[in-house]
Design a protein around this ligand. Sequence first.
Ligand SMILES: NC(=O)c1ccc[n+]([C@@H]2O[C@H](COP(=O)([O-])OP(=O)(O)OC[C@H]3O[C@@H](n4cnc5c(N)ncnc54)[C@H](O)[C@@H]3O)[C@@H](O)[C@H]2O)c1
Length: 453
Amino acid sequence: MELCVIGAGYVGLVTAACFAEMGNRVVCLERDPQRLMQLRQGHCPIHEPGLQALLHSAMQAGRLAFSDDWQQALAAAEVVFIAVGTPSQEDGSADLQHVLAVADSLGRHLTHPCLVVNKSTVPVGTAERVARHIALGLRERGAGFVVEVASNPEFLKEGSALEDFMRPDRIIIGTDSAAASQCLQRLYAPFVRNRERILLMAPRAAEFSKYAANAFLATKISFINELAGLCAQLDVDIEQVRRGIGSDRRIGSHFIYAGCGYGGSCFPKDVRALIRTAEQLGYPAGILQAVQARNEVQKTLLFKALHQHFGGFMRGRSVALWGLAFKPGTDDLREAPSLVLIDALLAAGARVQACDPVALGGMAGRYPHALATGQLRLSEDPYACVEGADALILVTEWKQFRQPDFLRVRGLMRMPVVFDGRNIYDAQELSTLGYLYHGIGRPQVGHCKVTAA
Ligand SMILES: NC(=O)c1ccc[n+]([C@@H]2O[C@H](COP(=O)([O-])OP(=O)(O)OC[C@H]3O[C@@H](n4cnc5c(N)ncnc54)[C@H](O)[C@@H]3O)[C@@H](O)[C@H]2O)c1
C-alpha cells in the first residue's frame, strides 16, 4: 500500500520503517528541518535498537522517503497515519495542537479520498474532532469527497519498539466503518499471524483503551512503590515481597518492581490527561490521583536518602549517577527521574558526575550552566564516572550497570556507598565488599563512616 506517516518521532519512525519493511511504500512527513535533514542523510535522530538499520534498508530499497512537502507526501497515500506529539498542557490535559494542525493541513492538501488513522495518544472524541477539521478544510476548497478517520493507538515501548511493532500483543482498530476496518486489517496482517490479536472496537473505546493501559501500568508501579515505603519502615525487603506476590498468576511478575519512579513521554502525561478528563466530567478519580502523587514522591526519595546519609551537608559532595534516560534502551529523557535528582543535587551544591550510554547529548542541552561551571560532568565510562565520588546512585538499570566490577569501583570512589534506585544489586554481596547499601524499600546493609566533604 501507499502510506504517509506524519511525524518522525519514536512512534512515527518505527511505524514508517516497519510498514516499509513489509513492502509498503511510505513517505514520512516531518516539519523539523534539522530532523528531516538528518533522516534524509540516513541518520536516525533517536536511539532505538535496530531502527537505524531498518530505516537505511527501506530507504535503499526505495520504499521509504522523508519529506516536508504535504502535496508530495500525500500524492499517492491510501492511508495517512498521524503520529505527532500530544504533550501535557499546564492543566494536565493533552495538548492537541499538533494533531489538529495536522488535521487542518490534511483538509488543505488532500486531493483524493483516503483513510486517516490516528496513532497519537489522544482523549476520547479526538477522532471525531480530527474528522471535523479535515472536513472543514475540504469543504472550504469545494472538494467533493469525504475522509474517514480511524483510531489505532500505539503500544510500542521505547527500547524494544521494533520488536513490539513487528510482534504486537494486540492491535486496536477503532472505527465504525467496515471499509476502514478491512483496510487496516489487511495492512496489519503481516504483523499478526494470529488474527485474534486484532481487536476491533468503536473509535472512542480505542482512544480510551490506550489511556487505560498506561494508567493501569503506572498504577502497578505506584502500588509497589507505596508498599516499598511501608517495607522500609517495617524492616521488610520489598524484593522478597515482590517475588512472593509475583508468583501468583492473578498478579503476575511484570511492573511490580519498586524503584525511584516512572518517567518517560507516556505514563506521566497520560495519567495526568486522564485525571484532567475526570476533573472536567466532575468524576472523582482518586486512584489515578494517588498514582500520580506517589510517583512524584518516589522521584524525590533518592535525594532524601542521600541528604539524610550526609546529615544534610551536601555542598561539595561528589555524587556519581549511573543511568539518565527514563529507562534502559532509549535516549529519551522526558520526565526522567534522573532529572529530578540532578536538579535537587545541583541546588544543594553537590557535584554530579553522570554516566549514560546514549543520553548524554540530550543531557548536555539541559544543563549548559552546570556543565560550564564544572558542577556537572558527563561521562560514557561508568568507572571514570565514579572517580572520587562520595556516593554512587543507580538510576536507570542499563545492562552495563547490572554487573560492574564493584571491587574496582570501590577503589575509585572516595566513599563506598551505593544507592540502588532500581533494586538490582545484591545487598549482601556489596556489604561483603565493604559498601554501605541503600535500596528502595529494602533494609540498609553495611556500614560506612561519613567523612567531611
Ligand atoms: N514514545 C512512545 O514510546 C510512545 C508509545 C506509544 C504512543 N505514543 C504516543 O505517540 C505520539 C507521538 O509520540 P512520540 O514519542 O513519537 O513523539 P515525538 O515527540 O518523539 O515525535 C513527534 C514528531 O512529530 C513531529 N511533528 C509535530 N507536528 C508536526 C506536523 N504538524 N507536521 C509534521 N511533523 C510534526 C515533531 O517534529 C516530532 O518529530 C504521542 O501522542 C505519544 O503519546 C508514544
